[in-house]
Design a protein around this ligand. Structure first.
Ligand code: PSU
Ligand code: MN
Length: 315
């Protein structure tokens, strides 16, 4: 079958993959929808720097002019950060945005589709989508969770924001056979809160053990992604008690204002930002950067594991 999706590799990403060096794929929706300009540029660059600091190469993914950029240069990041109204592209939106030639910002789900096509085994995002509060009636479940069951990519994150129903998110991941492991922690984290109040189904303390687990998972017929969580650093964390009420009010406000579908997350984030006088935005940036650093470390350990076995990242 002809491959209809054109990938345009940043030369550095291409070289790293060919050499078997660690690469970490990154989403672009956080640039266009998660933070404001120019904070989004500086943060995206810091996230990339954090991946490099750990010895891996970052590959920020986005769509421009009918092709998928696998790794962006500074100008491209600047362009994504400053162009208004770039659509949020989840997996199902890929065909339309690519066919139309428009720009598109990738969610976790669509980034995973591309990472797998590009043979990048690692992806990092601070917060994944999940099961929304009230999903028992709205059925609002992020397709990020479904994509974990389809793409053979290890996902490193700081859990999910507690604007979601984290208990149901964990239940859903269990039902869908998605392996979840917390790196050097007992708890499933909640983005800028160190714990969600839920214990993680598994804890592992060594990066090489996680590398082995990833490879074993990929040899299981039908298995795809693995979720690896790392908590935000204590000094950057917000106490979950401090924002419980704010989150509850923001979720209710979205409901009364009739915000639905893929606009819900951004609306609630903005409301929380306003209510915490920017404190959540600061914590948001810190967790993005820290998660990327840990993802870089784990990706390097994984590439070393493959090298020692005589295999190669990137096939
Ligand atoms: N979680 C956050 N912040 C975000 C997102 C998730 O804490 O910005 C973004 C990510 O790009 C994620 C997407 O992949 O929202 C999920 O959106 P939805 O729930 O519409 O699938
Ligand atoms: Mn949704």
């Amino acid at each position: 079958m002809e491959q209809m999706i054109t990938l345009e590799f940043h030369p550095e990403v291409k070289a790293a993959l060919e050499a078997g060096h660690a690469v970490v794929a990154l989403e672009s929706n956080v640039i266009t929808h998660g933070l404001d300009y120019p904070d989004n540029v500086t943060t995206a660059l810091k996230v990339e720097a954090a991946v490099r600091e750990s010895g891996a190469i970052p590959a920020t993914i986005g769509i421009d002019n009918g092709v998928v950029l696998v790794g962006m240069n500074r100008e491209q990041i600047e362009r994504f950060a400053s162009t208004p109204n770039i659509p949020k592209v989840s997996s199902r939106d890929l065909p339309f945005i690519l066919a139309s030639g428009k720009m598109g910002a990738m969610t976790v789900a669509s980034s995973l589709v591309i990472a797998e096509l590009a043979s990048i085994p690692f992806f990092s995002s601070a917060g994944i989508g999940g099961v929304h509060r009230g999903a028992e009636t709205s059925m609002d479940i992020s397709s990020d969770l479904i994509q974990f069951t389809r793409s053979k990519v290890a996902v490193v994150c700081a859990g999910a924001k507690n604007i979601l129903d984290i208990g149901l998110t964990l239940e859903y991941l269990e039902t869908q056979c998605v392996p979840v492991v917390s790196y050097q922690s007992n708890d499933f984290p909640a983005f800028y809160c160190q714990t969600s109040g839920y214990k993680s189904p598994m804890r592992m303390d060594h990066a090489d053990e996680i590398a082995r687990a990833i490879e074993i998972n990929w040899s299981i017929p039908g298995a795809a992604g693995m979720l690896i969580t790392t908590p935000t650093r204590e000094e950057d964390a917000i106490d979950s008690k401090d924002i419980q009420l704010v989150v509850k009010q923001a979720v209710e406000q979205a409901e009364t204002e009739g915000v639905t579908g893929n606009a819900v997350t951004k609306f609630i984030m903005k409301a929380i930002e306003k209510a915490t006088a920017g404190r959540s935005a600061e914590a948001n940036k810190a967790v993005l950067i820290n998660t990327a650093r840990v993802a870089g470390e784990l990706a390097v350990a994984h590439s070393h594991y493959l090298r020692d076995k005589g295999q190669h990242v990137g096939g």
